[in-house]
Design a protein around this ligand. Structure first.
Ligand SMILES: NC(=O)c1ccc[n+]([C@@H]2O[C@H](COP(=O)([O-])OP(=O)(O)OC[C@H]3O[C@@H](n4cnc5c(N)ncnc54)[C@H](O)[C@@H]3O)[C@@H](O)[C@H]2O)c1
Ligand SMILES: [Zn+2]
Length: 233
């Protein structure tokens, strides 16, 4: 038919701060992430943070990967706040987590409202996701774990190509929130999957890199060059 109206009641940190916002929801097909899905805005979002009482710690960690992503690309002050607190602080302090969820939901909402069709700023939300998606399904990682590793590699590439000087801070923050920072992977296989990524435009990949904490840019990298970079990671 012509579809039905729907709303979301996100029950994970990841869904509260990210997946429920933006009107793009998909399922994975084989090793390819989000290949089949819907492009439609929900009619409403309902946040009931009391649901988080039963959320396993592993899922909290998973969701914090997207929060760290938002901090890296858009919010240096939040990056500092995250450095000063710990996951345990957020898990036990309802006010603290409510503020953090709202701050992150607003970051994503603002980006999506300005750029629903992913021509500009919305692309920055893919920070950590190019390599992240390529390893997630192949190595059976949780989404947040894959993105965490992807962000560490992307910050390394940012250092190589843009002279980004805070790679260690990104890595340390990801470790602080008990997420993985590295994985030994088959570079050839990962590159093959990566080349299927939606961010590829003909022979270039639009890679999201960091100029500094809180400031990301889209940087086209020729596939040949990217293959060499991936081989050396
Ligand atoms: N569309 C987007 O913009 C977007 C953005 C980020 C991530 N994603 C996708 O979202 C997916 C992950 O979603 P998710 O992290 O919400 O996970 P999920 O829905 O898979 O839930 C994770 C686990 O936690 C359990 N659970 C959920 N809420 C609970 C609660 N309150 N108490 C106890 N258990 C609870 C679930 O039953 C499940 O076992 C990934 O596939 C990722 O790629 C999409
Ligand atoms: Zn994500």
């Amino acid at each position: 038919m012509r579809g039905i109206r729907f709303g979301f009641v996100p029950t994970t940190i990841l869904a509260l701060v990210d997946a429920s916002i933006g009107g793009k929801n998909g399922i994975d097909v084989g090793v390819y992430k989000n290949m089949v899905g819907i492009i439609r805005q929900p009619s409403f979002l309902l946040h009931d943070l009391s649901l988080l009482q039963s959320l396993p710690e592993k899922e909290w960690q998973n969701g914090f990967a997207e929060i760290i992503k938002h901090a890296c690309i858009k919010d240096a002050a939040m990056f500092k706040q995250l450095e000063q607190h710990s996951l345990a602080d957020y898990m036990k302090d309802k006010k603290l987590v409510a503020e953090l969820v709202q701050r992150n939901a607003l970051i994503k909402t603002k980006v999506v409202q300005k750029d629903e069709f992913e021509k500009g700023d919305r692309r920055l939300l893919n920070y950590g996701h190019t390599i992240g998606h390529a390893i997630e399904t192949q190595y059976g990682l949780m989404h947040g774990e894959a993105v965490a590793i992807g962000m560490v590699y992307a910050s390394q590439i940012s250092e190589q190509l843009l002279g980004f000087d805070a790679k260690e801070r990104v890595k340390a923050l990801i470790e602080k929130y008990q997420l993985p920072t590295t994985i030994s992977f088959d570079a050839k296989k990962v590159f093959e999957v990566l080349a299927m990524d939606k961010k590829r435009v003909q022979k270039e990949m639009n890679f999201v890199l960091l100029n500094k904490i809180g400031k990301a840019i889209v940087h086209p990298i020729p596939l040949q060059r990217l293959e060499k970079i991936i081989n050396k990671l």
